[in-house]
Design a binder for this molecule. Sequence first.
Ligand code: NAD
Length: 490
Amino acid sequence: MINLKMYIDGEWRDSENMETRPVINPANGEVIAYAPEGTVADARAAIYAARKAFDDGVWSDLSAQERASYLLKIADKIDERAEELTQLETQDNGKPLREAGFDMADAASCFRYYAGLIRNPDGQTYHVADPMQAMVVREPVGVCGLIVPWNYPMLMSVWKIAPALAAGNTIVYKPSEVTPVTPMKLFEIFEEVGLPKGVANMVMGAGPVVGHEISAHPEVDMVSFTGGTKTGKQIMKTAADTMKKVSLELGGKSPNIIFADADFETAVDYALFGIFAGSGQVCSSGSRILVEESIYDQFVERYVERAKQIKVGPGNDPETEMGPLVSQQHMEKVLYYIDLGKQEGATVACGGNRITTNGLDKGFFVEPTVFVDVKQDMRIVQEEIFGPVVCIQKFKDEEEAIKLANDTVYGLAGGVFSNDGAKAMRVIKKIRSGITWINAYHPTYNEAPWGGYKQSGIGRSLGTFGLDEFQEIKQININLQVEPIGWFSN
Ligand code: NAD
């Protein structure tokens, strides 16, 4: 059994009322740990510790070079413990080892990226009328509340923690109640590298309790959230009372547009990867495939043939290509949507069921599922399912492809496959989404901004934009001739 504790003010703690919550391995339904069930009092203890650490300047007063050296040590420790962290991520979240291994390498790389970035020049000066000199400096926001989901327990955490710490903030971080294991290991690393007490605090527990307190508390200056759109709206409303800075990375229902002139096998392959990687539990998943009508039948036939061959199994089996869903509750939600799709009149071209054969009956496995004969107003086309379920639709020309692609409340990601470069670029420019690909789907980089248009969020993670989120901008005006202005008579 993995031993889990919260980390508050440099100490490992149980919940104040000693309550716990079981953490389940989704591949077999076994309990792997009991996580402390944080309370409002625990959240407040973490907030006060972060506030004190920030106000005392134990972190923000360090030079960028000194903070960067901590971040580099954290990156090295992640690399050293990558094998252990990968195994734990797979046990807790269910993702195949090769996906979890990639996440760990990317997490280390993210800390290194922000260690470098924070040492770059970042101010501005302006030529204003004599005798004034005007300039801008960047400062940390203060105490940052960081709330993350379960689909990339390590990586989603690091996308926030690395830039927040690099900028000199102190943090109160909450992992998903479903996947607290690797986040706790990350905080072990923070302790090992000697991060000053109170700089990084972690409170586990329920969103409406701990997450709500972080979003509401007046001593928290900013809340950076990744998760569902509905929760994001709730957090924004809660944070409004204290006018916190808010950064939101939310859900998606992203289009993947395949033109007849695309390289056929490349398009099929990426369209599979676009939805079935991560068992479809990826915010940017290409969950709506739009195919030009002249190749529609051929595309569906080949796509279904390939989807049926995906090897579904436990993440720790090296043969596995697609793992389970993260929890029983989430599996039930996905199965509900599959049922709904049938009721709405769509046709299941393959999949559509929970898998209980080959020893998978205790886990939360669902077949790769392809819907055809879908209509744009169906809920399975409009709503985020967040599972291995894709809709394939037909379009007749460029204009219709763009119209269908943009016709949801979301605007996170999108892809276009075509060998006509000008057309691909024209279409990408019309897609109202923050993350896009041409002739590919999913690859993304710590250096480039990540985030959505419309109801997919506000603000950006990663890149220089991701650091901006965690900084305030201060204007400084200096009088170079110190004498009265003389505006009023004596
Ligand atoms: P969720 O919204 O249910 O929960 C996310 C986090 O918010 C959890 O830690 C949860 O405990 C907390 N929370 C829940 N209610 C809260 C409240 N009232 N106040 C404060 N915190 C609260 O999301 P999930 O099911 O964990 O994750 C899946 C969702 O995350 C999907 O919609 C997916 O698209 C989205 N996601 C988005 C991105 C992105 O970059 N845009 C990345 C990953 C996941």
